[in-house]
Design a protein around this ligand. Structure first.
Ligand SMILES: NC(=O)c1ccc[n+]([C@@H]2O[C@H](COP(=O)([O-])OP(=O)(O)OC[C@H]3O[C@@H](n4cnc5c(N)ncnc54)[C@H](OP(=O)(O)O)[C@@H]3O)[C@@H](O)[C@H]2O)c1
Length: 264
């Protein structure tokens, strides 16, 4: 115990043994987060779309380091795949304490004039429907655990609208922000806290696909902390919101992690 009664190992102790599913943890923010949970002694179910085998490789690496970790794959444009990943994770973990809904992407930059209905369906299914379906499917396990935490990944673009061609992506993340706040009220009696992390411009494969180096350099120059974020920069906010000890009185919040790119 420290002088103020706060154990120095409070965070690690709190998450040790917790059963955690991180969707979209084959790379980027989710991979950094899954590794951090495993490092703190949590049991971790990882997930990727199944295209690359990267989630399996990371799970094997974490297991070799002594963690309890296994990867599940499923294309989250298909709600049945979402259900199957949640079911597989709950089965492997023996229950669920923390659900991190992180899988998602912009799919493409699509100006309104060339926007096809099939593109709308794809963005909605991946970024929005998958979060609703995962929360619904995980609910019995979270209730059976006597409570827990849901942390959703949204985006700075949910509030700014993003840049040209990202309207549907940005709006899908805004849906998840509002869904987060509403579920927080609904699930509070079950002792399930629901929060979100809203990354700013984070240097992952995401921007390799959707932003030019020039656009990223210009963005970095405008950020008060004078750099893009890293996946690791995002990890602390998720751990805080997942931890009953640290974030146990925090629910319905969207925590912005953006180097000061957006304030208020
Ligand atoms: N990077 C940023 O600046 C930024 C900013 C705000 C919000 N975000 C959000 O943060 C989250 C993580 O993004 P990131 O930057 O870490 O990007 P990333 O490196 O591209 O990782 C995206 C993750 O989502 C998974 N995913 C993508 N499409 C999928 C599909 N159809 N089915 C199942 N899983 C799928 C990927 O799996 P595979 O590897 O198998 O494809 C991967 O694990 C996303 O929700 C993103 O929208 C990112």
């Amino acid at each position: 115990m420290s002088m103020n009664g706060w154990p120095a190992t409070a965070l690690g102790d709190d998450l040790r043994g917790k059963r955690v599913l991180v969707t979209g943890s084959s790379r980027g923010i989710g991979a950094a987060l899954a590794a951090a949970f495993a490092g703190l002694g949590a049991r971790v179910a990882l997930h990727g779309s199944g295209q690359s085998g990267a989630a399996e490789a990371l799970a094997a690496e974490l297991s070799a380091g002594g963690a309890v970790a296994r990867a599940f794959s499923g294309d989250f444009r298909d709600p049945r795949a979402v259900e199957s990943v949640v079911d597989g994770a709950v089965d492997f973990l023996g229950g669920l304490d923390v659900l991190v809904n992180n899988a998602g992407t912009m799919v493409g930059r699509m100006p309104l004039a060339s926007l096809e209905d099939s593109f709308l369906d794809e963005v909605v299914d991946l970024n929005l429907r998958s979060v609703v379906v995962a929360c619904r499917r995980a609910l019995p396990a979270l209730k059976a655990a006597g409570g827990g935490a849901i942390v959703n990944t949204v985006s700075i673009s949910a509030r700014t609208g993003g840049s040209p061609g990202s309207s549907l992506y940005s709006a899908s993340k805004a849906f998840v922000s509002t869904f987060t706040r509403s579920l927080a009220t609904e699930l509070a009696p079950e002792r399930i806290r629901v929060n979100a992390v809203s990354p700013g411009t984070i240097d992952t494969d995401f921007h390799g696909r959707y932003s030019s180096p020039e656009k990223l350099a210009a963005t970095a120059a405008r950020i008060p902390l004078q750099r893009l974020g890293t996946a690791e920069d995002c990890v602390g906010a998720y751990l805080f919101l997942s931890s009953e000890r640290l974030g146990g009185y925090v629910t319905g919040q969207v925590v912005e992690v953006n180097g000061g790119q957006l304030m208020a």
